[in-house]
Every structure is written in C-alpha cells, then in structure tokens.
Write a protein that binds this ligand. Structure first.
Ligand code: ZN
Length: 112
C-alpha cells in the first residue's frame, strides 16, 4: 500500500523542487507547501486564522485557506512567512526566537 504524501502545494498538486524560487515581480515564492488535505482533515489544534500582522511595519497580510489550515493543524510547520507590505519573507515563532508576526487582532505570535 502506497503511503499518501503528507504535503502538497497550496493547490493540492505535488511538491516541486523549484517551488521556493522567488517571483521577482511579487517577492513571493513560486508556490508554497502545505499539509495535504487528508492531513488537515485530521483536526486543528489552533483556530483557523487567515490574516497576520507584521510587527515591524504593521501591515496585515491575508493568506489562503490551505495555508491557514496548515498553521491550525501544525502551528510550527513554517519557519517564516511573507509580508505584503515589505514584499519579503521574515521569521515566525516566539518573540524570543525572532518571530516578527502576530495573528491579526491578537497578541499571539504566528507559529506558536
Ligand atoms: Zn512588513
């Protein structure tokens, strides 16, 4: 029996070796990895939140459902995330470990 892949790209397609390439027009990666829909369906340990604020610049960035559910299923899945204000990626996680983002409307650090 084949084991289902644990991760896919946000559209459900297989992870590609070049997905981390940065699109120079947007500063964003070509694609982002998420937990597979089967994995996300196992349940969430945090609320599904779709917007976060970059503490450095104050800009709120929204993300798609698959990314939001991946954070809710496994809060430490990502080491960094994108800020639309800065046009770049910065670390997530606890403040003492250099995390720069909180969930919009909260003081809770993204990735914790
Ligand atoms: Zn920013």
């Amino acid at each position: 029996m084949d084991e289902k892949p644990q991760t896919t790209l946000t559209d459900g397609s297989p992870v590609t070796p070049d997905h981390r390439e940065i699109d120079p027009r947007t500063g964003q990666q070509k694609a982002y990895v998420v937990l597979s829909s089967e994995e996300r369906a196992k349940g969430f340990v945090r609320p599904v939140r779709e917007a976060y604020r970059h503490l450095t610049c104050g800009t709120v960035t929204r993300m798609g459902r698959a990314l939001a559910e991946t954070y809710a299923r496994q809060p430490n899945f990502y080491s960094g995330t994108f800020c639309v204000g800065c046009g770049n990626h910065f670390p997530v996680g606890d403040k003492e470990f250099g995390g720069q983002f909180v969930w919009a409307g909260t003081e809770e650090y993204v990735g914790t």
